[in-house]
Design a protein. Structure first.
Lengths: 236, 314
């Protein structure tokens, strides 16, 4: 596991040595700030619930930008070769990279804590709902990052990795969103697969184990698949 | 140290490496020589556990590359072709990262890195960003990386490719020095390099081993003996006939320039015919203006056996 830490450290450094981290964080702050102010003006409610609903859309676009380089860059420049011939297991590499991207994701959403301070200043927000929302946000981040890494692992091109990642996340968001209000097993199924419904319960202040399990198991499954993909060079 | 046994690697329906077997002994520098696409890199990738073989086995330092890959990887330092490095990192930072990955204990890490920087002469660029380094320095940073965990075996894939002549000389010198402490397997398609560095050479072509010997033996063994080039004043035809009947002569090529003739005399394997040639020409009133032994260069052997389809017996 020390190797996971080594990989994690290098990837985090790489994020902050390149413009990626700064660009992604700035873009996120601009949009989330805009939605926060607009929704606050419209609803006049001291809650993050409505602005965070839009935040999921921005996160679907920005998370693949965070993860796009993780494997695609190494595949392209060939640095994957010295990396994989060092005494390190495939899982350690994948998990270290996953943790670094997830950490950057959390760093990216951290400045939104300022909105809570603002809400506390103008009114009395429901802290329970806010804490639950953040737990949901972090769990959702894990899933988004895992999807992004999966796409990055199958290509040499970072742009392709980002675009496919964004499309995949938007599909996951839309199938849940579009089937809300419809009944029947088909729509229930889509809602269960989609991220929107699971996320929605968190913003209401509920931490439902079903939703936690959805995020954690989906993330774990994807990480497992990424490890297999990285390993696949051995049997391809 | 390295033992390769009937190794083969197939991509779709093309064999990149086809049934090769060889051994690298402790303390040896073995050269893997062959044209591009001969299977050198694939062989090295199998030995470094980057990809498995389709069939056959390979052991490195006593560990099987497939089953005990982590142990194998601890024993080897691998320099891939074109030396991929992280361009945004600084040299020292990179070496520190690599040392950590290769599980160099924290306490020794600093001295080990210092040693490698010293050995590979990259002290003056140790705080520079890798992306700004010249090819020669990048190569040496790559070499420093292979040394950082003090491996028993170094596997170097085309270590001098793309360097200028001075840099090539420096890197070769460095490899020579490293050869005193490590067992080295290196690949190249540059022939003088093999002659300079390697104790033994394996020539591969189209995934198969076509020759394996010391560089000097390859010369004498592969194409029989050596050629003698002559320039003689005298009766061309007569001298040609005289030369052809000397014991040990295989073939005489005669190029008539009027009064002066040029001959190329091909001798049989292991025969020294120079003295007989001299005395026979003198007996027939020829005047020898020039006589030299043309030894076959590795270059010729390489060309010959990699363009020829038939197997060459070693």
């Amino acid at each position: 596991m020390t190797s996971t830490g080594t990989i994690f450290q290098r990837e985090i450094n790489a994020y902050f040595l390149s413009p990626v981290a700064y660009v992604v964080i700035s873009v996120f702050m601009i949009f989330s700030g805009y939605f926060f102010s607009v929704m606050l003006g419209l609803t006049q409610e001291t809650t993050l619930r409505y602005s965070l609903a839009y935040t999921q859309f921005i996160l679907s676009i920005l998370t693949p930008v965070i993860t796009m380089r993780l494997f695609a860059e190494e595949n392209k420049t060939g640095t994957i070769e010295p990396l994989m011939t060092a005494p390190i297991t495939d899982f350690e590499v994948v998990f270290g990279k996953f943790l670094s991207a997830w950490a950057l994701y959390n760093i990216m959403i951290a400045p939104t804590a300022f909105y809570i301070i603002f809400l506390a200043w103008v009114g009395s927000p429901d802290y329970g709902a806010i804490i639950a929302s953040y737990i949901g946000l972090i769990l959702m981040g894990g899933l988004f990052v895992a999807i992004g890494i999966l796409v990055s692992a199958i290509t040499k091109n970072q742009i392709v990795a980002a675009v496919i990642g964004i499309v995949a996340l938007l599909i996951l968001l839309v199938i849940g969103l579009a089937s809300s209000g419809n009944e029947g097993w088909f729509y229930n199924c889509l809602r269960y697969i989609g991220t929107y419904d699971h996320w929605d319960t968190f913003t209401k202040g509920l931490i439902d184990t079903r939703d936690v399990i959805y995020y954690v198991s989906f993330t774990a499954l994807l990480i497992f698949i990424v490890v297999r993909i990285v390993e696949s060079r051995r049997w391809r | 140290m390295i033992k390769v046994d009937h190794l083969a690697k197939r991509y779709a329906d093309v064999y990149a490496v086809n049934d090769i077997s060889f051994e690298v002994h402790q303390g040896e520098i073995l050269g893997l020589l062959g044209p591009n696409g001969a299977g050198k890199t694939t062989t090295m990738r199998i030995l470094t556990c980057y990809m498995p073989a389709t069939s056959g086995t390979a052991t490195v330092a006593g560990y099987d590359v497939f089953r005990e890959s982590i142990n194998v990887r601890k024993q080897i330092g691998y320099l891939p072709e074109n030396v991929p490095l992280y361009p945004e990192m600084r040299v020292r930072e990179y070496l520190n990262f690599r040392a950590k990955l290769k599980r160099v204990p924290t306490r020794e890490r600093k001295t080990k890195i210092e040693e490698c920087i010293e050995k590979c002469r990259i002290k003056e660029v140790q705080n520079q960003i890798i992306g700004t380094l010249s090819k020669g320095y990048r190569q040496r940073v790559g070499l420093a990386d292979t040394l950082v965990h003090d491996p028993k075996i170094l596997i170097l894939d085309e270590p001098t490719i793309g360097l200028d002549p001075n840099q090539i000389r420096q890197v070769r010198q460095l490899i020579k020095e490293l050869g005193e402490k490590h067992t080295i397997l290196l690949s190249t398609h540059i022939l003088p390099e093999v002659e300079m560095l390697c104790g033994r050479v394996i020539i591969v072509n189209k995934g198969k081993i076509v020759a394996m010997d010391t560089p000097s033996n390859l010369g004498t063994q592969l194409r029989g003996g050596s050629n003698i080039v002559l320039e003689v004043r005298g009766n061309g035809e007569k001298i040609k006939n005289v030369l052809s009947v000397i014991k040990g002569v295989k073939k005489v090529l005669w190029h008539d320039n009027g009064e002066i003739s040029n001959y190329t005399v091909e001798a049989e394997k292991g025969m020294d015919i120079r003295e007989d040639v001299f005395s026979n020409i003198v007996k027939n009133n020829g005047i020898i203006r020039e006589m030299k032994q043309a030894s076959i260069t590795l270059e010729e052997i390489f060309h010959q056996i990699t363009t020829q389809e038939q197997e060459v017996a070693t």
